[in-house]
Write a protein that binds this ligand. Structure first.
Ligand SMILES: CC(C)(COP(=O)(O)OP(=O)(O)OC[C@H]1O[C@@H](n2cnc3c(N)ncnc32)[C@H](O)[C@@H]1OP(=O)(O)O)[C@@H](O)C(=O)NCCC(=O)NCCS
Length: 155
């Protein structure tokens, strides 16, 4: 991380920026989340979210989770396209794990989302199950399975 970027905790103030970033995702299984959806999630006491902010106040990567004690579900993690493969998603994941002394993480990822599956595998997540037809295309009848993945802290 250089001097021009820092990790910040996200709150409802950032809902609009997160929704705008989410619009960049053009995967056919993804429905963009509205600013209102982000605001509702960010309001929940169980939500924990961090972003990487530039010196100009722009969020270029974020992680959104639901936490229970030291366990968390990753709802969404993304890095803006022109900042990918620079270690930003890994930084956010490690920050979350360290800050909340996390012992267990889990998530769903689309079978066709090769980038995310590679990312999570590199970070030590392993497949734990499959949910058939979990993702639905917003505008047609196509469906995709979800791979469930989990991470555990080594004792
Ligand atoms: C998945 C995603 C968050 C990764 O973000 P990123 O900031 O580029 O990831 P990092 O740079 O921290 O990568 C960490 C490791 O994962 C690997 N990785 C990241 N993207 C990869 C890809 N497309 N293919 C293969 N490996 C990849 C990196 O190579 C790196 O390992 P290395 O340092 O040994 O090379 C990003 O591709 C993204 O925003 N995708 C769209 C949103 C999405 O699908 N999110 C997941 C749903 S929860």
């Amino acid at each position: 991380m250089n001097d021009f970027k820092k990790i910040i905790a996200l709150d409802t103030y950032h809902a609009g920026q997160l929704a705008a970033l989410h619009l960049e995702i053009d995967d056919p299984w993804e429905k963009p989340w509205s600013a209102q959806s982000y605001e509702e999630i960010l309001k929940l006491p169980t939500t924990c979210a961090y972003g990487i902010e530039t010196s100009g106040g722009r969020i270029i990567a974020f992680i959104l989770t639901q936490m229970s004690e030291h366990e968390g579900e990753i709802l969404f993690l993304m890095t803006q396209k022109n900042f990918r493969k620079q270690g930003l998603a890994r930084l956010l994941l490690n920050h979350l794990i360290k800050t909340h002394k996390i012992t267990d993480l889990f998530l769903d990822v689309c079978t066709d989302n090769k980038a995310a599956r590679c990312f999570y595998e590199k970070e030590g997540f392993v497949p734990t199950g499959v949910r058939k037809n979990y993702y639905h295309a917003p505008s047609c009848s196509a469906t995709w399975d979800a791979i469930q993945m989990g991470w555990k802290r080594f004792p």
